[in-house]
Write a protein that binds this ligand. Structure first.
Ligand SMILES: Nc1ncnc2c1ncn2[C@@H]1O[C@H](COP(=O)(O)OP(=O)(O)OP(=O)(O)O)[C@@H](O)[C@H]1O
Length: 471
């Protein structure tokens, strides 16, 4: 193989010479921009090892040059600890991996020169992903996301996973845990939703509490940072965490130290931290709703999961995976049913697909094994109207004229339509609108249910019913 090593440190060049020369490889060495350019022109290249910091040029620029001239050439970056951020950038630009100097483990270097290992590696991470509930599918975008996730799973870096709701951020986090180093994945994988509970409860969930720390804290309890100490902790919906919680999280991420609520002893956590969000945290930082220093700590690496509508080629595999997982492997989707699935834009992504399939399977007549279009309730492709979500979730009013027009149009188009489902959803939507009204009235009445009920002309029991239903 033709191997190029680019480094201005002579010792490194000698090291590569010793490692590869006896094995019969053709070695080339460069130490700056112009010697690299000459080497790139001279020959075809199969592998390049590039130092990130060179005297007159950055390693990233050389990576681009090598990849331009020899697209199939595998590139491994070499870095000192302080430049890990740039190494992350390099992997995103197509580098195979990075190794930290001084080299402690040369197996990675030896592995790159075994081409048969590549396919084995890809196969094994795709299989591991599947085992942990994550289907990679055929799409290039998802393959690339999983390639990056697999590279960083084994490095002890915090990873931020972003993507729309239902795209699989939590399953991705679980996969990263499974694919992490042995030391890490022997511990538990724990996920905590930072948006689901009130601030005080979240604090005690994260850090634990001592008995008597607050009313109701009868016993000492460990928090997630303690419980996940030799495993992985996913901070889900991190964008929902309040400012005071963000400050506390930042402290743990910086020092690895924390105290239980009401406690005085300093505890340490070894948990690998992953965070997930469907908000754009950069924008949240600009609006002063998210701390920039916390974002900086969390996003050593960011992995963005593409929405399902941008990888419809994966729909078939994911659909059958879902049916299998739900014990419905005997079911088949008819061609026409599949066509309907392909047409939809899936604003709720894989979670929405799961719901549609489960509901569809429940519609099947006894002994029937084929899911047909009339079994599938797909929310009428309102999502096809640009910028508008599934009608139940839209802010602009769920029972909108636009939605009604869409239904009527779909009949003109000859689409199949299940009126019971439409009515069921209208009921849900009606309740949601009523709830919004009830909440607003309650706020205006400073929380008095009696007063709010009076204003709305309903009795307080009905008001409570409306308020509770969606909870
Ligand atoms: N790639 C995938 N392969 C198989 N199943 C998936 C995949 N992605 C998501 N799912 C399934 O879709 C559902 C939603 O996934 P998950 O909870 O991970 O999404 P999420 O992005 O964390 O959503 P949210 O932002 O709403 O919390 C789950 O049932 C999950 O198993």
């Amino acid at each position: 193989m033709n191997i190029l090593t680019i480094d201005d440190d002579r010792e490194i060049l000698d090291f590569f010479h010793h490692l590869f020369h006896q094995k019969g490889h053709q070695l080339y060495f460069a130490h700056d921009k112009s010697s690299t350019e000459k080497a790139i022109k001279r020959t075809s290249l199969e592998i390049a090892f590039i130092d990130l910091k060179l005297p007159d040029v950055s390693g990233l620029q050389l990576l681009k040059k090598v990849k331009q001239a020899h697209p199939a050439c595998k590139v491994v970056m070499m870095t000192g600890y302080s430049t890990v951020q740039t190494a992350v950038e390099a992997i995103k630009l197509g580098a195979e991996d990075y190794i930290e100097k001084p080299f402690e483990d040369i197996t990675l270097i030896e592995k790159v020169i075994q081409p048969e290992k590549d396919q084995q590696d890809i196969d094994s991470y795709i299989q591991l992903a599947k085992n942990s509930g994550l289907i990679v599918g055929k799409s290039q975008s998802m393959k690339e996301v999983v390639r990056i996730a697999s590279k960083f799973a084994t490095k002890n870096l915090n990873i931020l996973i972003d993507g729309e709701t239902g795209t699989g951020k939590e399953v991705m986090a679980r996969y990263i845990h499974e694919a992490s180093s042995k030391k890490q994945n022997e511990g538990p994988f724990l996920a905590l939703n930072c948006g689901a509970v009130a601030e005080q409860i979240l604090e005690s969930e994260l850090f634990g509490h001592e008995s008597g720390a607050f009313t109701g804290a009868a016993k000492t309890r460990k928090g997630y940072f303690e419980l996940a100490s030799n495993g992985t902790l996913l901070l889900d919906e991190i964008g929902e965490a309040s400012m005071p919680i963000q400050v506390k999280l930042l402290r743990v991420l910086e020092s690895r130290e924390f105290m239980r609520v009401g406690g005085e002893k300093i505890l340490r956590t070894g948990a690998r931290i992953l965070a997930a969000t469907n908000r754009n945290l950069r924008r949240e930082v600009e609006k002063n709703r998210f701390r920039e220093d916390l974002l900086f700590r969390l996003e050593a690496v960011t992995i963005t999961i593409p929405p399902l509508r941008e990888r419809k080629e994966d729909l078939l595999e994911i659909s059958y995976f879902i049916l299998n997982k739900e014990g419905l492997s005997h079911l088949t989707l008819s061609e026409e049913a599949l066509e309907l699935l392909y047409e939809h834009e899936w604003p709720g992504n894989i979670r929405e697909l799961t719901n549609v399939l489960l509901r569809g399977s429940a519609e099947l007549e006894d002994n029937a094994n084929v899911i047909l279009p009339n079994h599938l309730y797909i929310p009428l492709n309102v999502s096809k109207v640009k910028g508008q979500n599934n009608f139940i979730e839209t802010d602009s009013g769920p029972i909108s004229a636009q939605w009604k027009a869409e239904i009527l149009k779909s009949i003109d188009r000859g689409d199949s339509l299940n009126l019971s489902h439409v009515m069921e959803d209208m009921k849900k939507a009606e309740l949601q609108v009523s709830r919004e009204i009830a909440k607003k009235a309650l706020r205006t009445a400073n929380g008095s249910q009696k007063e709010a009920a009076e204003k709305l002309g309903v009795n307080p029991r009905k008001l409570r019913y409306i308020l509770n239903e969606k909870n």
